[in-house]
Design a protein around this ligand. Sequence first.
Ligand code: ATP
Ligand code: MG
Length: 600
Amino acid sequence: MTKTDVIRQLFKNIKRVLRIAWQTSPLVFTWLIFLTILCSLFPVALSYVFKLLLDAIVKTQNLAGTITIGLLSLFAFRYIIDFAYNIADALNFDYFDKTFRQKFENRLTLEFTKKISELDIPHLENSETQNLIQKARQAYPWRLTNFYNFLINDILNLGVFISAFVVLIPYGYWIPLALAVSTIPRLYYRNKYVRSEWTRFNQSIGESKDLMYVRNLLDDPSGIKEIRVSQAGPKLLNRIKDLQDFLLTTIREPLKKYLPFFLSTIFFEAIILVILAYFKLPDIVQGAITIGTFTFYIQNLDRISNSSQGVVGQATRLFEQNLYVSYFFEVLELPKIIKEKKPGVLFDEIKPPKIEFKNVSFSYAGGLEILKNISFKIEPGEHLAIVGPNGAGKTTIIRLLLRFYDPAEGQILINDVDLKEMKLNNWYKFVSILFQDFVKFSLTIKDNILLGDIRAIDENRMKDAAVKSGAIDFIDKFPKKYDTRLGKRFDDSVELSQGQWQKLALARMFYEAAPLLILDEPTSAIDAEAEAEIFDNINKVYKDKNLILISHRFSTVRGADKIIVLQNGRITEEGDHASLMEKDQVYARMFRKQAEGYIE
Ligand SMILES: Nc1ncnc2c1ncn2[C@@H]1O[C@H](COP(=O)(O)OP(=O)(O)OP(=O)(O)O)[C@@H](O)[C@H]1O
Ligand SMILES: [Mg+2]
């Protein structure tokens, strides 16, 4: 990135942050800016009144030494300004700023979380996007809040700087100018330092991710169990330490390199300040200027020096945060990959659909072709089973049917409408899905079931669903029944076995009872007897509805109206159980092999 790019990016980010700040609360934000500018003008006003007061005192000393009304008014005025300054400052920083920052962070969190939760699946499964999200997570919210703070502080310092600069012009315009110019070396080196630090941050993002991953591995109870038995703990701890050391050295390197330059520039600025202050010393000694004027001069030199240091310091910090803050906005601006047609086709009647895959081919970003020219049809009310070895592409078919990805070639038709034309929220109303890696919600049993259909809460239906899925057997044993909290997060929560979780997830499916049920390995952990019962119930409930079942267990597959054998992304056989057995090819071979395992 060139320098102009970075500066353009800085202004873009300032605009973006100010926009969020404005949206957070227009009224409070206006107050903040107004009070900040006001506070920046107070110091010069205060020292000007002090100059008038000093001059008036000296004058009074030379006269009779009595306190005049004029003197008293100036004295009072100095304290009134001081008082107003303190009030404005307290209002600004103790009240408005604190409440505002909390609101600002809340808004950032909401915007970020909303964006991530709505990201297209291809983004979530893309390593570059994952890197970006990781970088944005490291930067937010604190770097954004800092960015905002530095911006406000910069406005404050700039106000002080400009007002001090202006009042010093009558002493010779080059005086404030020389002082301001003396800060350029510092700006230069700070800039170099920040860029070097940022480059290193970027180069080491892989290690940062690695560190976070290994740390999570050792934090996560299910990870710990395996690690303890395999005794990999000390090795992983060492890996954490190595990564920490590496990151620390990487970050410290530029600091070490630039520290001597930082110290030299501070020294240089101090010398210029002393020379400029000394410059008016003869005038005061000879009486060419008043004590008040000299004090005013010295105070404002200091002010320029401090505020220009402040401006440069805050600006470089702003610049530093800017580089990271961009990642946050890049995430917010990630484009839609799955573009929905607006308004999109809507079906009013949610009933068992006709589904057709027409010459569908697909590959994940940049990878091998996973599905090759797949075509099949499911009529309303039909049950389809998909079988095939691991990695054949079975789950991928489901992901295409849910439009997590779009096919590279071919079409998926729902009731003869291309899935790309459909409004997805409407399509999802047709579908209940139990994923292979379904979510175990650490909520109550009741919530776990009702989540299937949050629009309708019907306790009788809930209990019926628990009976059909077989979950009732363990639910009834808990003292709190449906109000039992699940998972390991809470004091009173209960952990279920893998098969019990599956039964509960199936209860959710029975509760939702959508016209199309998709089950991806739904009973892999369920005992044979319970499995048979569950499938009896599914067949009853889904007699006139659609079912897509992916399973390695042929006992559950054989009842389907249609069975597809998927191998290496191609459909190699299709038909019902009887016809496939008659064909006596792959399906029949796999079926017999499994059956042989049970029959002596
Ligand atoms: N998100 C992804 N990104 C890239 N490749 C993927 C992704 N998910 C799956 N794959 C690849 O696609 C192929 C098919 O995977 P898929 O999950 O569809 O198989 P499957 O038939 O469901 O297997 P299993 O029986 O093990 O569940 C695999 O080779 C896998 O490596
Ligand atoms: Mg799968």
